[in-house]
Design a protein around this ligand. Structure first.
Ligand code: SF4
Ligand code: SF4
Length: 186
C-alpha cells in the first residue's frame, strides 16, 4: 500500500513502499526473538500492511527499539535512521564501508556486534546471524548504543563512554527509555 516513509524517532525509519509483506519483522518482534508484539499485519488483501496497533507512531507503541525487525528485513523497508539520512543525501556508499566484529561492552552476555563504518563513522550495527549468542538479534543498547563513538567530547559523550545509554533510549522515545532502564537493572 502506497505511503510515505515513517520517520517518527531518531533510531530507525520505516519505508513501507519497499515492503513485500514477508512478515519477517512481525515474527522477529514476536515469537522468533523479541516477544514484544509491537507490530502486526493490518488490513486485508490489497490493503494489507505492517502497522503498529491503531497505526500509532512507534514511540507510542509497545516497541522497545531493539531493532531486530531491521535486522531481518530483506528489502530495506526498515533501516537505521543513519542509513536513511545518508541514502537521502546520496552519500550511502557500501564500497567505502568496512565491517569490524567485536563484543558489546554494555553487559556480561557478550553479544557479537558488527560495526559498519563509512568515512570513519559508524553508520549501523548488526550482529552475525551465525552468532551462537545472538543469532543476529540485539537489544537497544547493542543495536543503537554506539552513537557516543561519534559524539566527540563533552558531558554527553562522557556519559555514553561510562556505559550510559540514555542517549539512545531518549532518541528511541519514552518506551525505548523505559525498556533501557529495565534492562540496565537486569
Ligand atoms: S524494534 Fe524491536 S520491538 Fe520495535 S518493532 Fe522492531 S522488533 Fe518490535
Ligand atoms: S521484514 Fe521488511 S519487507 Fe518483510 S514485512 Fe517487514 S517491513 Fe515488510
Amino acid at each position: 500500500m502506497a505511503q510515505p516513509p515513517k520517520v517518527d524517532n531518531e533510531l530507525f525509519a520505516r519505508d513501507y513502499a519497499k515492503c513485500v509483506l514477508c512478515y519477517k519483522c512481525v515474527e522477529a518482534c514476536g515469537t522468533d526473538a523479541q516477544n514484544t508484539f509491537a507490530i502486526a499485519v493490518a488490513g486485508r488483501g490489497f490493503e494489507a500492511r505492517i502497522s503498529t496497533e491503531l497505526d500509532v507512531p512507534l514511540t507510542d507503541s509497545a516497541c522497545v527499539f531493539c531493532g531486530n525487525c531491521i535486522g531481518v528485513c530483506p528489502t530495506g523497508a526498515l533501516v537505521f535512521k543513519s542509513e536513511f539520512d545518508l541514502r537521502r543525501a546520496g552519500q550511502w556508499d557500501e564500497s567505502r564501508q568496512r565491517e569490524t566484529t567485536t563484543i558489546c561492552p554494555y553487559c556480561g552476555v557478550g553479544c557479537a556486534l558488527t560495526l559498519h563504518v563509512q568515512d570513519e563513522r559508524i553508520v549501523k550495527v548488526t550482529s552475525p546471524l551465525d552468532s551462537s549468542v545472538t543469532e543476529g538479534h540485539l537489544c537497544i543498547k547493542g543495536r543503537f548504543g554506539w552513537q557516543y563513538a561519534g559524539a566527540g567530547s563533552g558531558e554527553k559523550a562522557e556519559k555514553a563512554q561510562r556505559g550510559d545509554t540514555e542517549g539512545a533510549e531518549e532518541r528511541g522515545g519514552k518506551k525505548g527509555k523505559r525498556r533501557g532502564k529495565k534492562e540496565a537493572k537486569e
